[in-house]
Design a protein around this ligand. Structure first.
Ligand code: 4AD
Ligand code: MG
Length: 434
């Protein structure tokens, strides 16, 4: 069985009798008429049950069906000016597929987020969550399209890894047969560097894991990251790629979902219109001055935290690119700026409106001896990185890349307070169900 007609295609069937398959979202009655809101995943349509048009059994049943009853409804498609979709269904017959034995836990009143997260498997049926998941889908497709159109090859990175990429404090350890232990990947970057030396322009796109002990609105323990990597590209090229990429993703999502974003999510979409390259660029050093001037106690060398990011981002009407952070606070693989070795050739993209860092990336250290020294300096097990060092032993070239977290990007586009609503089933420090 494949449902032959969906609500989204209803206009093609005006004046005809069709059958829809869905769930009862809501209903109301006025004597001789029952109004059923039928949801089928592609949209919601009002189905009007008139006493004179159906059997007494159907009329009687449609006044008592509970929310989330699964239904098959047959009727005539009629134009209706008042309907948000322009049509309603004049019901001739109705069959109950399954009637819930209990009341649906998520009614039409307000519920707290803790309760809704516990009911996530059912919460997904709400209009708001459907819109968010569709925007996520569009963002993921736009990500793929952007790189595919530019001749990148998608290369899947492993999930089990032998070593850390982004610092040892956020590693998830798993037992791994006779080899002892493995870690869930924090980033596919190191593997993309290998792939870039083979294929030139590559990207990976998959789940990544961090044992984040912070309960913030931006952190998940499992999140999806896209990571392009390009041979013979320097930091400037990387920053151009970042701004082109973010503009494309945001404008694609805006074009496709403008109405849903504005109505269902109450997003001020005018804020997204400006998200077009080129983006403003400032150095970390300049960012520190901006933060200090705003009265935040911060000195050169400190990390730019969430609040400080907001101070910097507030200066601009589009994302800002902060580059050349102190090398000391960055991962081992960053190349240092030859003009000032205190800073790394890295760049973060900070989204406006308080959304903060959505992208981190930069140029990689391509010199063998310097990279070996960095691995020592970070007290990383050199043995585990021998394969990575081979990339510098055999035809090393300048190269760069970046990573964007899908959830932070979707939270910003949708204007959501917390990333937990942007992923179908969020994993956080305090949550692993449903
Ligand atoms: O800045 P990060 O740690 O960079 C890397 O992992 C590099 N290896 C990427 C690369 O150059 N190939 O993470 C990149 C992005 C962040 O900007 C953020 O969007 C997201 O990944 N991110 C998280 N999103 C949700 N929850 C978390 N715990 C995240 N940690 C990072
Ligand atoms: Mg980062």
């Amino acid at each position: 069985m494949y449902p032959p007609v969906h609500v989204a295609d209803i206009a093609q069937h005006e004046g005809k009798e069709i059958t829809l398959h869905g769930w009862l979202h809501n209903r109301r009655s006025s004597g001789k008429l029952h109004f059923l809101q039928l949801r089928d995943g592609t949209g919601t349509i009002q189905c009007v049950v008139f006493k004179g048009n159906v059997t007494p059994e159907v009329f009687q049943a449609s006044d008592h069906l509970p929310q989330e009853t699964s239904l098959t409804v047959t009727g005539l498609v009629k134009k209706d000016e008042r309907s948000p979709i322009g049509f309603e269904l004049d019901v001739r017959d109705l069959q109950v597929v399954s009637r819930p034995a209990q009341e649906f836990p998520i009614g039409h009143k307000e519920h707290g987020v803790a309760f809704l997260m516990e009911q996530r498997h059912l919460w997904l049926r709400s209009q708001r969550q459907q819109v968010i998941l569709r925007v996520r889908h569009t963002v993921e497709k736009a990500i793929r399209d952007f790189f595919d159109q530019r001749g990148f090859t998608l290369v899947d990175a492993p999930i089990f890894t032998p070593s850390a990429c982004e610092g040892t404090s956020t590693l998830f350890e798993v037992p791994y047969f006779d080899l002892g232990k493995a870690y869930l990947t924090q980033s596919g970057q190191l593997y993309m560097e290998a792939a870039a030396m083979a294929l030139g322009k590559v990207y990976c796109f998959g789940p990544t894991f961090r044992a984040e002990k912070s309960k913030t609105r931006r952190h998940l323990t499992e999140f999806w990251m896209v990571e392009p990597e390009v041979a013979y590209m320097d930091l400037d090229g990387d920053m151009e790629l970042m701004e082109q990429f973010v503009s494309y993703v945001v404008q694609t999502a805006l074009e496709k979902h403008r109405v849903e974003l504005a109505t269902v999510l109450e997003r001020d979409v005018s804020k997204l219109e400006n998200v077009k390259a080129p983006f403003p660029r400032i150095t970390y050093t300049e960012a520190v001055e901006v933060i200090q001037k705003a009265g935040h106690p911060m000195k050169w060398g400190d990390d730019i935290g969430g609040d400080e990011e907001t101070v910097v981002a507030r200066q601009f009407d589009r994302p800002v690119m902060v580059h050349r952070y102190p090398a000391e606070m960055k991962a081992f693989y960053f190349k240092k700026d030859p003009a000032d070795p205190k800073v790394a050739l890295g760049c973060d993209v900070l989204a406006p409106e308080g959304y903060g860092e959505i992208i981190g990336g930069g140029q990689r250290e391509d010199d063998l001896a310097t990279l070996e020294a960095a691995i020592d300096h970070h007290q990383l097990p050199k043995q585990a990185f021998e394969w990575y060092l081979d990339l510098r032993r055999y035809g090393t070239v300048p190269h760069a890349g970046f990573g964007m977290g899908v959830e932070r990007c979707v939270a910003w586009i949708c204007g959501l307070h917390h990333v937990r609503e942007t992923i179908p089933f969020a994993r956080m420090m305090e949550r692993i169900t449903p």
